[in-house]
Design a protein around this ligand. Structure first.
Ligand code: GDP
Ligand code: MG
Length: 597
């Protein structure tokens, strides 16, 4: 049966049509899978329906009758589409033997096309280029095929022209999967070696690891061992993925892609990239490259209503069950009260988590500006990690501050190279290489991660009329001449507004922030000075002018409905206001640094 398994992923730059093509493939193959699904339907563990949780469409097993008359099992493994999830993409790719490299026929090759291509190449995968959206009038598939040949050294003839919209070419894609991608290898009697490429949390079954078996076999009753933690669990169920359902199987053998349950309660015991083996007969080496999920960006999350602190903690704990990369610890801010310092994989991850907290748990939150992790050597020789700018010790105690760097690839039509290089210089980037790939240029830079965290992507897009794209990965720490800038509101330093910046840029950023704060802090009945300071030295200042008395009078004199409306509006505003001393400060203020870099 191994002979007729094909494991593959679809990789693409965002919006090039990965999801649409996957839907088409599901549709085309459903005919076969439906019959099988009905046969085993009662056996299936339909977590989604029974337990009311959402199963990530991480993998799906499809039956496909190929033109050679044979029936094949196709396992399609989904990869997350954003740079925050670079590592998850690499683990998903580790689970397959080949990829469909989808390229938009109107856009051509872009940054994530290149980044994903190299990830697939590292795994020695068969790469099938699919030029998508050929139904569009502006499609130029032949040109893009040549671009692929030039960029990746894949013969243009190997490209398949397709449209996820009309379904054209999708049969050809499926045939190529069967004919070009090799069946998985592996000995069913060898010691078990299975890679966890994703996992979900179910309230009843606990953590459900999604695995790709490389060697050996696993079945209910087996005692498994998780490589990195050494913990053991008895397998309760094994199974495979059907569209919309988890279907039980007697076992999982080499080359198979499936799931297992084993009463695992902690997400840390089934982390993406870890290896599952048998306790009685362990493999001698894990699947290489395991990296425990580690947050790289931290932000403070505070309930607007201090009474909601416990609710926020419970909500974070719930989310963490399903998200090994989420990390949090209690934090107290003079300005914001009791809250949490929360760690994320990147800004997108932070946005997703905050949105889930507010929507699913009905919380009102104030978020502080995300910050990278700084490593500090003190004069005493002690090494500390700073997750919150306000925790940076007094400069007289500091020997050295180091900041995280990324290796950033920007991919752009050559017309925009000049302005982009200027932007990268402003962001303290150092060029590593510059490659011409046809009419496009790849710029590779080493840049402080903190410099590209906020507005970099937007500025890149606007400089290049939307044509440039980017990708990055963490490469470690380097020393920097960094200082903490305090922001004072009404003479009081506000810990939640402090930030760390390069000395040469501190004043510019400080100035931008005090200007922004002047605009977002509502006028009070007295003038409010706003200052930026390094130590005792004021580097920028502005003033929120006092409210004029007659404006107030007008508000309270009007008719009833107008008054009501005003009160409603005020209430709405209050939801995201925090009183700092006598001054009411809105949510936007805490994110002012995001647009000031
Ligand atoms: P993904 O980000 O790679 O998953 O891209 P999606 O599948 O979400 O597609 C992005 C956009 O392109 C959506 O608006 C799709 O409807 C559209 N799209 C995808 N494939 C095609 C295609 O073959 N032809 C046309 N005309 N539009 C397509
Ligand atoms: Mg998609």
């Amino acid at each position: 049966m191994q002979e007729r398994i094909r494991n593959f992923s679809i990789i693409a730059h965002v919006d090039h049509g990965k999801s649409t093509l996957a839907d088409r493939i599901l549709q085309k193959t459903r005919a076969v899978s439906e019959r099988q699904m009905r046969e085993q339907f009662l056996d299936s563990l339909d977590l989604e329906r029974e337990r009311g949780i959402t199963i990530k469409a991480a993998a799906v097993r499809l039956g496909y009758q190929a033109k050679d008359g044979e029936e094949y099992i196709l396992n399609l493994i989904d990869t997350p589409g954003h740079v925050d999830f670079h590592y998850e993409v690499s683990r998903a790719l580790a689970a397959v033997e080949g990829v469909l490299l989808v390229v938009d026929a109107t856009q051509g090759v872009e940054a994530q096309t290149v980044a994903n291509f190299f990830l697939a190449l590292e795994h020695d995968h068969v790469i099938i280029p699919v030029i998508n959206k050929i139904d569009l009038p502006s499609a130029r598939p032949e040109e893009v095929a040549l671009e692929i040949e030039e960029t990746f050294d894949i013969p243009a003839e190997e490209c398949i022209f397709a449209s996820g919209k009309t379904g054209e070419g999708v049969d050809e894609v499926l045939e190529a999967v069967v004919r070009r991608i090799p069946p998985p290898q592996g000995d069913p009697d060898a010691p078990l070696k299975a890679l966890i490429f994703d996992s979900i949390f179910d309230a009843y079954q606990g953590v459900v690891p999604y695995v790709r078996v490389f060697e050996g076999t696993v079945k209910p009753g087996d005692v498994i061992r998780i490589w990195s933690t050494g913990k053991t669990f008895e397998v309760d169920r094994t199974g495979v993925f059907r569209p919309g359902a988890l279907e039980r199987t007697e076992k999982l053998g080499p080359g198979e892609v499936g799931w297992l349950t084993a009463g695992i309660r902690e997400i840390g015991d089934a982390q993406v990239g870890d290896t599952v083996t048998l306790d009685a007969n362990p493999t001698d080496a894990p699947y290489p490259g395991f990296k425990p999920a580690k947050p790289v960006v931290f932000a403070g999350l505070y309930p607007v209503d201090t009474q909601e602190y416990n609710k926020l903690r419970d909500a974070l704990e719930k989310l963490k069950l399903n998200d090994a990369a989420l990390d949090f610890e209690p934090e107290t801010s003079e300005a914001l009260g009791f809250g949490f310092r929360v760690g994320f994989l990147g800004l997108l991850h932070a946005e997703i988590v905050q949105e889930r907290l507010e929507r699913e748990f009905d919380l009102n939150l104030i978020a502080t500006a995300p910050s990278v992790i700084y490593k500090v050597t003190l004069k005493s020789g002690e090494e500390i990690e700073v997750h919150n700018p306000s925790d940076l010790p007094d400069p007289t105690l500091i020997e050295e501050i180091r900041e995280p760097y990324v290796r950033l690839s920007v991919y752009t039509p050559e017309d925009y190279v000049g302005p982009i290089m200027q932007l990268l210089q402003e962001k303290r980037g150092q060029m590593v290489t510059m490659n011409y790939l046809g009419k496009r240029v790849e710029l590779v830079y080493e840049v402080p991660f903190g410099e590209i965290l906020y507005d970099f992507h937007d500025r890149l897009k606007s400089l290049s009329r939307g044509y440039a794209s980017m990708d990055y990965e963490q490469i470690g720490y380097k020393p920097g001449d960094l200082v903490k800038v305090n922001i004072l509101v009404n003479g009081e330093p506000v810990d939640a507004l402090a930030f760390i910046a390069h000395r040469d840029k501190a004043q510019t950023i400080g100035r931008a922030i005090v200007e922004k704060l002047k605009d977002v802090i509502p006028r009070q009945q007295f003038a409010v000075p706003i200052q930026a300071a390094i130590g005792g030295k004021i580097i920028a200042r502005s003033t929120v002018r006092a409210l004029r008395k007659d404006v107030l009078a007008k508000c309270y004199g009007g008719d009833i409905t107008r008054k009501k409306k005003l009160l409603e509006k005020q209430k709405e505003g209050k939801r995201r206001m925090k009183a700092i001393g006598k001054v009411e400060v809105p949510q936007e203020a805490f994110l002012a640094v995001l647009s000031a870099g």
